[in-house]
Design a protein around this ligand. Structure first.
Ligand SMILES: [Zn+2]
Length: 216
């Protein structure tokens, strides 16, 4: 799904609070037309493959033997389709998160009263450049209020792509091979780890490009 709320799971409270009702209905449309039908199709494919695997095993080894029991257990534990689609919040789940965030931030008036210093202005500019380069439209998909939050929420996906394209490598340790390094997102930072150590990196969007810098 190519929507600026596709990674809403990673959005901060303020990022969620400025999501409008138009954004929500657009997300619902996108979800209903793209995610839901694909999901149903993949579930069907998955169960067809499973049935033919089970049939094949029964034909070769007979019913209720250890082979049959084993493939039945595998079938019941299949997670691949579920895991893929669970990354997207359902429109209902997203609606609840947004409503809660609006309620919480309203009392704090956090969203509108943030004083923008020069440093913040620069990071808003950079986040806007990053989002535009990623194919999103200013004023439609995001505003200056939520640009930083949305850019941060998209950072893990972008990083996966950059690593897959070998545009970026995460090699933090001279003892290990670059391919031994794992990474994950934690509280809007990227943690890179290997067998020896784990290093926390700040995410920024200098000149519109995803940039990781050591926090310490
Ligand atoms: Zn290492």
């Amino acid at each position: 799904m190519k929507h600026f709320l596709a990674n809403a799971k990673n959005l901060s409270m303020t990022g969620l609070a400025v999501v409008t009702y138009e954004d929500l209905s657009e997300y619902t449309n996108e979800y209903d037309t793209n995610v839901e039908p694909d999901w149903q199709k993949d579930i069907k494919t998955e169960s067809e493959i499973q049935s033919s695997v089970v049939e094949g095993v029964v034909a070769l080894y007979g019913s209720y033997g250890k082979e049959h029991k084993y493939v039945m257990r595998c079938r019941d534990n299949t997670q691949i389709v579920r895991t893929h689609y669970n990354q997207y919040l359902s429109p209902q789940e997203l609606g609840i998160l947004v409503a809660n965030a609006k309620e919480k931030t309203e009392s704090l008036e956090e969203v509108s009263s943030v004083g923008l210093d020069n440093k913040t202005m620069d990071s808003v500019d950079d986040a806007i450049k990053f989002l535009i380069t990623s194919g999103f439209t200013y004023g439609v998909d995001f505003s200056s209020h939520n640009a930083v939050d949305i850019a941060l929420s998209l950072a893990p996906d972008t990083l996966s792509t950059l690593i897959a394209e070998k545009t970026m490598t995460l090699n933090e340790c001279s003892e290990c091979d670059a391919s031994d390094h794992e990474w994950y997102e934690r509280e809007e930072k990227i943690v890179v780890s290997c067998n020896c150590k784990s290093v926390e990196k700040e995410i920024s969007f200098k000149g519109g490009l995803l940039t990781l810098t050591s926090s310490n």
